[in-house]
Design a protein around this ligand. Structure first.
Ligand code: ADP
Length: 261
């Protein structure tokens, strides 16, 4: 169904962009960027064929360049706007394209805000059905500033089933409600690990914490993703899991996994 934007008076849409979906998390390392990348790819894939952009505003730890196998400096358009870099049919923009990979990200206060302003206002996206925004973890100035500057159609919140992650995710959901951004639902990540040798399932971070939080907040669970080697490898090699072929990888590992635990 059509997601409606509910803009506050102060907000200004990004030119050419129909809907903005932010992907957020309370805690770092829970799979927020992985979710953002694969959500963007799924929206652009054949079945939906949407025009999709991916904006990485995780200014302290941008991971989109690596996950999307992109590097380099954006060219400027005639009107002095930065042109996104393209891979897998997704237009991408990240702080990671603007600073050296090894440069310390000592962005502080106003520096971060001017970086955010650049990323929000000085990119030539062309025409997009969806812009997926990879937010920094937590509920700080950047999250608030993004939410107040552009109309956001909805937020997807990613969490592991671990209490500490859930507490922060809860805080995140509350923040979006306060700034009138509809929370589309929760994604529970890393909930179960199945041993490839003996098929035993272990709930490393707990079994269904995000499901419980979803019930508490009256939100939907949008996805439940296991902890899986292929997902990590796909991210690290810049070939997101939506594109890779886990079945063939699994076959090539049969030898390695042939001894039972
Ligand atoms: P965040 O954006 O929340 O900091 P990332 O998406 O960067 O988290 O994920 C952190 C690390 O965990 C990455 O190396 C990623 O490949 C890995 N990862 C994320 N989700 C999974 C999963 N379901 N299974 C295995 N590895 C995962």
């Amino acid at each position: 169904s059509q997601i409606m934007s509910r803009g506050l008076p102060k907000q200004k849409p990004i030119e050419g962009v129909k809907q903005v979906i932010v992907v957020a998390s309370g805690k770092g390392g829970v799979g927020k960027s992985t979710t953002a990348v694969n959500l963007a790819l799924a929206l652009a894939a054949n079945e939906l064929s949407k025009a999709v952009g991916l904006l990485d505003v995780d200014v302290y730890g941008p991971s989109i360049p690596k996950m999307m196998n992109l590097k380099g400096n954006p060219e400027l358009s005639q009107s002095n706007l930065m042109r996104p870099l393209l891979n897998y049919g997704i237009a991408c923009m990240s702080m990671g394209f603007l600073v050296e990979e090894t440069a310390p990200l000592v962005w502080r206060g106003l520096m971060v805000m001017s970086a955010i302003e650049k990323l929000l206002r000085q990119v030539d996206w062309g025409q997009l059905d969806y812009l997926v925004v990879d937010m920094p973890p937590g509920t700080g100035d950047v999250q608030l500033s993004v939410s107040q500057n552009i109309p956001i159609s909805g937020a997807v919140i990613v969490s592991t089933p671990q209490d500490i992650a859930l507490m922060d995710a809860h805080r995140g959901a509350e923040m979006f409600r306060k700034v009138h951004v509809p929370v589309l639902g929760l994604v529970q990540n890393m909930s179960v690990f199945q041993c490839p040798k003996c098929k035993h399932k272990t709930h490393i971070f707990g079994a269904d914490g995000a499901r419980r939080l979803a019930r508490t907040l009256d939100l939907d669970i949008l996805g439940d993703i296991p902890l899986h080697l292929n997902i990590r490898e796909a991210s690290d090699t810049g070939q997101p899991i939506v594109f890779s072929q886990p079945e063939s990888d699994e076959r090539s590992r049969e030898e390695e996994w042939s001894h039972r635990c």
